[in-house]
Ligand binder design. Structure first.
Ligand SMILES: C[S@@+](CC[C@H](N)C(=O)[O-])C[C@H]1O[C@@H](n2cnc3c(N)ncnc32)[C@H](O)[C@@H]1O
Length: 261
């Protein structure tokens, strides 16, 4: 299997993400759908005990960047599931990286997944859970696909704390519909912890996550991705007071709760 550097020579160096720093910058910019999924995945992996050969569902994988990264860097097998991005397109990307023995693209809707109960060692979700997983019961249904002792893990945009007194004045001008689904680590902990069979072992903001998010948007802006300007305005105005990257990880209890998907 080729090393990413053999295939993709130009990189974006970040001292916090030595693995992601080896990956090609243009590939990252061409395939991104939000905050850099390689950075987010490497951050998530600081807290997630995956071993080579494990079966991982990458839920809402987009263009499969996190899927390829998990396979290449950590040696896991990844089922790369997404609703809107075609699996044909993702398969081509996977083959181009020489990862076709480890990454399996599939088109799937997060609420009607076509997998056997207990099949996966982990479900990971990068920058997507907030789009489909706000409802009570959803995390429990996803946990059905994970073996006892396995993990459910998500990382993505969120809040430092819930807005108890309405939106702060300084972010009102920048607050768009896409931000309405953002929540704090405590909110996610409460939502997940009420599910039978889920034990939340980590729920926190990513240290200086807003700065990472801003750094990535500035890289995207400098590469002429105009949409980045909106997020940059919000992140600069807020300076980490409210907007964050959040990470939540739960362990599936050893006793299968037996919930139907
Ligand atoms: C912001 S993108 C992030 C994609 C990818 N994880 C990344 O970080 O590049 C969110 C992804 O969630 C997927 N998505 C949204 N709703 C979904 C659903 N109900 N089921 C499966 N995927 C969904 C979209 O197709 C999109 O690719």
């Amino acid at each position: 299997m080729p090393e990413p550097n053999d295939v993709l020579p130009v990189t974006i160096q970040h001292p916090r993400f030595p693995r992601a720093s080896r990956w090609d910058a243009n590939w990252q910019l061409q395939n991104m759908l939000g905050t850099n999924p390689l950075w987010l995945t490497e951050e998530l992996m600081h807290h997630l005990p995956l071993q080579p050969g494990m079966r991982v569902l990458d839920l809402g994988c987009g263009r499969g960047m996190s899927s390829a990264f998990l396979a290449q860097e950590y040696g896991v097998q990844v089922w790369a599931a997404d609703l809107w991005v075609s699996p044909d397109e993702n398969w081509q990307r996977v083959r181009d990286l020489g990862l076709d023995h480890l990454v399996y693209p599939i088109q799937a809707e997060a609420h009607t997944l076509p997998f056997a109960g207990g099949f996966f060692d982990a479900v990971v979700c990068v920058d997507a859970w907030h789009l489909f997983g706000l409802g009570e019961g959803f995390a429990g249904r996803i946990a059905h696909y994970v073996r006892p002792g396995g993990h459910l893990a998500m990382i993505g945009p969120g809040l430092v704390a819930e807005f108890e007194h309405g939106l702060p004045q300084h972010i009102i001008p920048f607050w768009q519909q896409e931000f309405w689904s953002l929540h704090s680590p405590n909110w996610w902990r409460d939502l997940w912890q009420q599910e039978a069979g889920l034990d939340v072992i980590y729920a926190d903001i990513v240290p200086d996550g807003w700065k990472l998010w801003l750094q990535w948007e500035e890289i995207a802006r400098d590469a002429d991705y105009e949409y980045a300007a909106d997020d940059i305005s919000l992140l600069q105005a807020d300076a980490g007071q409210n907007i964050a990257l959040v990470c939540t990880i739960a362990r599936i209890s050893d006793v299968d709760p037996g919930c139907d998907p």
